[in-house]
Design a protein around this ligand. Structure first.
Ligand code: AMP
Length: 189
C-alpha cells in the first residue's frame, strides 16, 4: 500500500501533481477541498457549513474534517493506496490520520512537501482565480489562507520529520520536472 500525503501551501501544485500520481500508480485520491466544493455545489448542510469557513480562508474544524475523511477512506477498500491532498492540515488531523491508518494496519508511506516561494504562490493563485473563478482565489482570501498555512499547517513539517516520513521537493520548475522528482521519491520507498 502506498499512502502518500501531498503537502504544501495553497498554490503549490498539490492537485496537479496528485492527478499525475493517480494516473501513474493507480491510487485513490482524496482532495478534501474538492470534497467540500462538491458538497457546496450539491447544496448540502455540510456544504453550507463549509462555505462559511472557505470563503473566509479559514480551516473547517478538525472534528468535522476528520469525520469526512474517515467516510471517504471507508469507501476505498481493496485500494492500492491513497493520495491525501489537502489533508492533514493541522497536527490534530495528522494524528487522526495516523490512528485511522493504524486501525487498518497501514501507515503513511511518505509526506511530499512541495516547497514554493510565497510570491510565486500569490501569482499562481491570482491567475487560477481568474481562470477558474474559484471564489476563495481572490487576493484578500489568498492572504488569509497563506497566513493560516503558516500558523496551522506548516508545523506539520516538523511533525512528519519526527515520524521519518518527510520528503522535501523544490516546487519551482515545470510540471514534468516536479513529477519526475516525486516519482523518484516514491520509487525509492
Ligand atoms: P484546497 O482546495 O485544499 O485549497 O481547500 C480549500 C479550502 O477548503 C481551504 O482553504 C479550507 O477552508 C478547506 N479545507 C480543505 N481541506 C481542509 C482540511 N484538511 N482541513 C480544514 N479545512 C480544509
Amino acid at each position: 500500500m502506498l499512502n502518500i500525503v501531498i503537502f504544501g501551501a495553497p498554490g503549490s501544485g498539490k492537485g496537479t501533481q496528485s492527478q499525475r500520481m493517480v494516473d501513474k500508480y493507480g491510487l485513490n485520491h482524496i482532495s478534501t477541498g474538492d470534497v467540500l466544493r462538491a458538497e457546496i455545489r450539491n447544496g448540502t448542510e455540510l456544504g453550507q457549513t463549509a462555505k462559511g469557513y472557505i470563503d473566509q480562508g479559514q480551516l473547517i474544524p478538525d472534528e468535522l474534517m476528520i469525520d469526512i475523511l474517515a467516510s471517504v477512506l471507508d469507501g476505498f477498500r481493496d485500494s492500492k493506496g491513497v493520495i491525501f491532498d489537502g489533508f492533514p492540515r493541522t497536527i490534530a488531523q495528522a494524528e487522526a490520520l495516523k490512528k485511522m491508518l493504524a486501525e487498518r494496519g497501514q501507515e503513511v508511506s511518505v509526506m511530499i512537501d512541495l516547497d514554493v516561494p510565497e510570491e510565486e504562490l500569490m501569482s499562481r493563485l491570482i491567475r487560477r482565480g481568474i481562470d477558474s473563478g474559484r471564489a476563495d482565489d481572490n487576493e484578500e482570501t489568498i492572504r488569509k489562507r497563506l497566513a493560516v498555512y503558516h500558523s496551522q499547517t506548516a508545523p506539520l513539517i516538523g511533525w512528519f520529520k519526527d515520524e521519518n516520513k518527510y520528503h522535501h521537493i523544490e516546487g519551482m520548475g515545470s510540471m514534468e520536472e516536479i513529477s519526475a522528482k516525486i516519482v523518484e521519491a516514491i520509487d525509492r520507498l
